[in-house]
Design a protein around this ligand. Structure first.
Ligand code: PNS
Length: 175
């Protein structure tokens, strides 16, 4: 439960996986809000590389030691989740103009669904303006370095996931 004076924000996303851009937004957000909930979408439509459980475990590891950051999952409408958490702010990172159209659509749709919740856009530090979970996964899967773009624990998780997937592919191939 959150009292009236606590400013609780929800930071929703797929977080597949957490990048240093996400971490940067959280760090900036904790200067403005009392608490931030990293709300990981349990997405049945997109096919995430990491399961919801893996994404939660990674995010908890990354934000361990930050008492004002909580990691949770949600399904269904984001505004319903935010209302359920008694949060009146949704935080989204805005990297470049190309993000704007999609983010504007979501923010206005969410506003149409409820007037009680405001979307606040935050800009990450410049070195992260081109970093996305999608590109990190692509570069990593093709053998490129993602050092400095994701927390070290995420890099280790990517390595482990690709090892497992590689092993699975070769086992399947033996059948
Ligand atoms: O990290 P992402 O994939 O850009 O995050 C997108 C997310 C999770 C914020 C968005 O897909 C979402 O809010 N999904 C929940 C469903 C919902 O509420 N849809 C209507 C709002 S436009």
């Amino acid at each position: 439960m959150t009292d009236q004076t606590t400013r609780l924000a929800v930071y929703p996303g797929s977080f597949d996986p957490v990048t240093n851009g996400h971490v940067d937004i959280i760090e900036r957000g904790t200067k403005i809000f009392d608490r931030i909930v990293v709300a990981i979408l349990v997405n049945v439509e997109k096919a995430p590389l990491f399961t919801a459980e893996e994404r939660v475990a990674t995010a908890r590891e990354v934000f361990r030691g930050k008492p004002h950051v909580e990691v949770d999952t949600f399904q269904g409408l984001l505004v319903d989740y935010a209302r359920h958490r008694q949060a009146n702010v949704i935080v989204r990172g805005l990297r470049a103009v190309s993000d704007f159209e999609y983010e504007l659509q979501m923010a206005l749709m969410n506003r149409r669904l409820t007037q009680e919740i405001e979307t606040v856009f935050m800009m990450p530090a410049e070195p992260y303006t081109y970093v996305s979970s999608r590109l990190v996964k692509e570069v990593f899967s093709l053998g490129g370095s993602v050092e400095g773009l994701v927390p070290a624990s995420v890099e280790a998780q990517l390595r482990a996931k690709h090892r497992r997937l590689g092993a699975q592919v070769s086992t399947d191939g033996n059948r």
